[in-house]
Design a protein around this ligand. Structure first.
Ligand code: NDP
Ligand code: GDR
Length: 327
C-alpha cells in the first residue's frame, strides 16, 4: 500500500488530495499544527481514513518526527500562510512558514530518507510568483516577478525545491498552480466571499457586499481537478515542474456578476460597495496560464468550466445558508 504525508491537510487542497489518494488505496497521513486545532476535528469527522500526525512547518524536529512516524512514499507540502492580503500584514511569519517551511521539510526528507532517498516531494508553488507578469500567457519558463511577501516566499520555496533536486538527486517537483476554488475554499478568498454573500443577499440575510479592486484578472479552475495534477507529477520517470491552469482569464467583476446571476439577480452592481480595506499595497493585475506541458506530459486537463465552478459554489452556499435559516 503506498503512503503519503500531506501538510496543509485542513486546507482546501489537502482535503481534495486526501480523498483522491484514498480512492487509489493510499494510506494517508495528514499533518496538523497546534495543541487543539479546531479544523483537525473536521478532518476526523469528514475524512476519517486520514491519520493525523502532529507537526509544524516552523519546527524542523516536528517534521522529522512526522516523517519517521509515517514513513511516506510521497510528501505533499501544501501547508502555508496562503492568503496574499495577510502576507502584507504578517510578512515575517509568511516568509517563515511559506518560504523557510519548504527548506525545513526538504532538510527533514534528506535526513530521514538517507542515501538513494525514496521519498518523492511535491511543493505547492503558485502563479503569484509571476506577479507583474513578464509575458502572457505564463508558462514554466516565464520569469518570476512576485508582488507580495507571499509571492516572494513562494519563489524561495520554488527555487529551493529545484536546488534540492539538483544537489541531492531528490525526486522533488513543484506544481505552479493558478487559482483554484471549490465549495471548500476559505471564506477569506474573493470567490467564496462572493458566493457566500450572494447566498445571504438572496435569502435576505445581508444587504451589501464590500470588496476591494474588481479589475484584476485571474485564471480560475476547480480544486478537485488540480489535485489530480499534483499526484500525476509524482508518478513520472523524472521530476519536473508544471504549470496547472485553465488557459482562460476573468475579471473579479465577472465572477461577481455570474454569481449573482446564478440566483437570478441581474442588477448586481447595486449590492457592491468598494473599500480601501480590501485593496492591496501592490496588486497582481493579470494571470493566465499555459498548461500545455502538463497536458502533453501528464495527460492532465481541467474538467470543470468557469461558469460551472461559479454555479457549484453558489449552490453550495445557498444550501448552507438555507439550512442555517431553518435551524
Ligand atoms: P489553505 O489556506 O486552504 O490551507 C493552508 C493550510 O496550511 C492549512 O491546512 C493550514 O493549517 C496550513 N498551515 C498554515 N500554517 C502552517 C504551519 N505553520 N505548519 C503547517 N501547516 C500550516 O490553502 P489551499 O488549500 O488553498 O492551498 C494549498 C497550498 O497551495 C498552499 O501552499 C497555497 O499557498 C498553495 N496554492 C494555492 C492555490 C489556490 O488557488 N488554492 C494556488 C497556488 C498555490 P491550519 O488549519 O493549522 O491553519
Ligand atoms: P489571490 O486570491 O490573491 O489571487 O491568491 P484572492 O481570492 O484573495 O484574490 C483574488 C483577487 O481578488 C481581488 N479582490 C479581493 N480579494 C479578497 N480576498 N477579498 C476581497 O474583498 C477582494 N476584492 C477584490 C484581490 O485583490 C485579487 O486581485 C490565491 C491564493 O489561494 C494563493 O494562496 C494562491 O497562490 C493564488 O490564489 C494563486
Amino acid at each position: 500500500m503506498p503512503s503519503a504525508l500531506i501538510t496543509g491537510i485542513t486546507g482546501q487542497d489537502g482535503q481534495y488530495l486526501a480523498e483522491l489518494l484514498h480512492s487509489m488505496d493510499y494510506k494517508v497521513y495528514g499533518m496538523v499544527r497546534g495543541q487543539r486545532n479546531p479544523r483537525a476535528d473536521i478532518i476526523q469527522r469528514e475524512l476519517p481514513f486520514v491519520e493525523l500526525v502532529s507537526g509544524d512547518l516552523q519546527d524542523l524536529s516536528s517534521l522529522i518526527a512526522a516523517l519517521e512516524y509515517s514513513q511516506p512514499d510521497e510528501v505533499y507540502n501544501l501547508g502555508a500562510i496562503s492568503f496574499v492580503a495577510l502576507s502584507f500584514k504578517q510578512a515575517e511569519l509568511t516568509a517563515d512558514v511559506t518560504g523557510l517551511g519548504v527548506l525545513r521539510m526538504l532538510e527533514a526528507i534528506r535526513l530521514v530518507g538517507g542515501q538513494n532517498n525514496p521519498i518523492r516531494f511535491y511543493q505547492a508553488s503558485s502563479s503569484e510568483m509571476f506577479g507583474k507578469v513578464r509575458e502572457t500567457p505564463q508558462n514554466e519558463l516565464t520569469p518570476f516577478y512576485p508582488r507580495s511577501p507571499y509571492g516572494t516566499a513562494k519563489v524561495f520555496g520554488h527555487h529551493t525545491t529545484v536546488n534540492y533536486r539538483e544537489s541531492y538527486d531528490l525526486y522533488a517537483c513543484s506544481g505552479i498552480l493558478f487559482n483554484h476554488e471549490s465549495p471548500r475554499r476559505g471564506i477569506e478568498f474573493v470567490t467564496r466571499k462572493v458566493t457566500n454573500a450572494v447566498a445571504r443577499i438572496k435569502l435576505g440575510l445581508q444587504s451589501e457586499l464590500v470588496l476591494g479592486d474588481l479589475s484584476p484578472r485571474r485564471d480560475w479552475g476547480y480544486a478537485g481537478d488540480y489535485v489530480k495534477a499534483m499526484w500525476a507529477m509524482l508518478q513520472q520517470d523524472e521530476p519536473r515542474d508544471y504549470v496547472v491552469a485553465t488557459g482562460q482569464t476573468h475579471q473579479v467583476s465577472e465572477f461577481v456578476r455570474l454569481a449573482f446571476a446564478a440566483v437570478g439577480i441581474e442588477d448586481w452592481e447595486r449590492y457592491i460597495r468598494q473599500d480601501e480595506r480590501f485593496m492591496r499595497p501592490s496588486e497582481v493585475d493579470l494571470l493566465i496560464g499555459d498548461c500545455s506541458k502538463a497536458g502533453d506530459e501528464l495527460g492532465w486537463r481541467p474538467e470543470v468550466a468557469f461558469d460551472e465552478l461559479v454555479k457549484m459554489m453558489v449552490e453550495n452556499d445557498m444550501a448552507i445558508e438555507s439550512a442555517n435559516l431553518d435551524r
